[in-house]
Design a protein around this ligand. Structure first.
Ligand code: DX5
Ligand code: ZN
Length: 218
């Protein structure tokens, strides 16, 4: 299995101190920062876009921005996110009929490509062709749209199905993940862990990061 990676979701951070919050997480042991981009169309909320990501990448040199694009027309934002310093561009399969062309575009812009599936989308939506082209697969364990929701354990079997098909692929889980829900994710074969509330709202985030990481592997 690929290495364990912890990607704190900045949606649970103090946006007024965004760069400081990102630095705090990196100091606490996080490898990636999960940036939830919402467009008010694919999901009801609006969060942040390329201008803010650009400030973060300038303010936190070397940061790996794991951009979770909860947007309609995901092809539209690839260039803007690349120009803003995005490291990984993960879009939803529900939002496009042409994922392979988007993955090619993401790679042309020197970002890693991820594909996400929402709770009602089966793992079979990730065809062999899509998975082979993508660098990461994201299984949502909440309905995309806001942080702090309850973990949907019924989504976890999809992780195991994808891990069985793709032993070497990065597989990310996102939504309601924390010390109480990490065990089932680890057992299913997750290696990239997103957690917002559980990390940012903890008195000692570094302890939560270390716990999540050691549960998933090294
Ligand atoms: C939900 C977002 C998640 C969310 C995770 O739409 O994609 O990344 O912020 O936050 P927690 O860990 O609080 O569920
Ligand atoms: Zn997310």
């Amino acid at each position: 299995m690929p290495r364990a990676i912890i990607s704190p979701s900045v949606l649970a951070s103090d946006f007024g101190q965004l760069t400081a919050e990102c630095k705090r997480m990196i100091k606490g042991g996080a490898e990636w920062l999960h940036m939830d981009v919402m467009d008010g169309h694919f999901v009801p909320n609006i969060t942040m876009g390329a201008p803010i990501l650009s400030c973060v990448s300038k303010g936190v040199p070397g940061i790996f921005m794991d951009c979770h694009m909860m947007v309609s027309n995901p092809e539209k934002w690839v260039d803007d996110i690349a120009d803003a310093g995005g490291s990984l561009y993960c879009f939803h399969l529900e939002a496009t009929s042409d994922p392979l062309t988007i993955i090619d575009h993401i790679h042309e812009r020197k970002m890693k490509a991820g594909v996400a599936i929402s709770p009602d989308t089966p793992s079979t939506a990730v065809t062999d062709e899509i998975a082979e082209a993508a660098d990461m697969l994201l299984v949502m364990t909440v309905y995309p749209g806001r942080g702090g929701q309850k973990f949907l354990e019924r989504c976890v079997p999809k992780v195991a199905e994808l891990r069985a098909r793709f032993p070497d692929k990065d597989i990310e889980v996102d939504g309601g993940v924390g010390p109480k829900t990490i065990d089932v994710c680890a057992d299913a074969g997750n290696n990239v862990i997103v957690a917002g509330t559980a990390i940012f709202h903890a008195p000692q985030p570094e302890e939560v990061i270390a716990l999540l990481k050691s549960t998933v592997g090294t």
